[in-house]
Design a protein around this ligand. Structure first.
Ligand SMILES: [Zn+2]
Length: 214
């Protein structure tokens, strides 16, 4: 389904939902459904919930100024104002529309959803299941890279996507650097490996498991 222009304008004025995020989310759902199907598994697409101010979840209170995936209710919560501000900041740094910024943030959270679902479904236990914390973040960034590439190829995102990705990850990476996430350059490298080589490049290798396991 394509959103009509009038509806897109209405959504923009409302401020809560970014039409690019909606468009990308539909594409990402299709991609993950096909990917899981090819593995003989079923993808349960997470709910996307935009919020402003305070928000509860099955994982507890969700703080403004970020985006989160809660596996207990399979929902991605995102502060719509924060993502709109992120987009503007990336736009001013890159001289582009900045439209990739909120899409990349959502793609990263969907990476956590995919990670959680693969871990639940995989038999026998796969390499992913041994990762936690730092390693999981790298996988989520890599999966976000693969999705962002697909969004660029499907023209959901316009030219300038990679410059926007670098600026986005630098900003988010510096915000989260002290919360157990890798340094932003490491995160951008993971993103690039997914962007260049696709989802299969995101399977962690055993040496990385040893290095990053906590
Ligand atoms: Zn993360």
């Amino acid at each position: 389904m394509r959103l009509s222009l009038a509806l897109m304008v209405a959504l923009c004025l409302q401020g809560a939902v970014d039409p690019k995020v909606e468009q990308a989310a539909r594409l990402f759902e299709r991609i993950w459904k096909e990917y899981f199907k090819s593995r003989g598994e079923v993808y349960q697409a997470p709910i996307l919930t935009a919020f402003t101010g305070k928000q509860g979840s099955a994982c507890g209170k969700v703080n403004p100024g970020n985006a989160y995936y809660c596996d207990k209710d399979n929902t991605v919560y995102y502060d719509a104002d924060f993502l709109a501000a992120l987009r503007l900041r990336v736009a001013s740094e890159t001289g582009t529309s900045g439209e990739a910024a909120p899409v990349i943030a959502i793609a990263h959270e969907l990476g956590h959803a995919v990670f959680a679902q693969m871990n639940r479904q995989a038999r026998p236990r796969g390499a992913m299941q041994q990762l936690q914390g730092y390693g999981e973040e790298k996988v989520a960034d890599c999966l976000a890279g693969a999705l962002t590439r697909a969004a660029a190829e499907q023209r959901v995102l316009a030219a300038g996507t990679l410059a926007e990705a670098e600026a986005t990850i630098a900003i988010i990476g510096n915000l989260n650097a002290r919360k157990g996430h890798p340094a932003w350059r490491v995160r951008y490298d993971s993103f690039l490996s997914g962007y260049r080589n696709g989802v299969n490049a995101c399977e962690p290798n055993p040496l990385e498991n040893l290095r990053y396991r906590r």
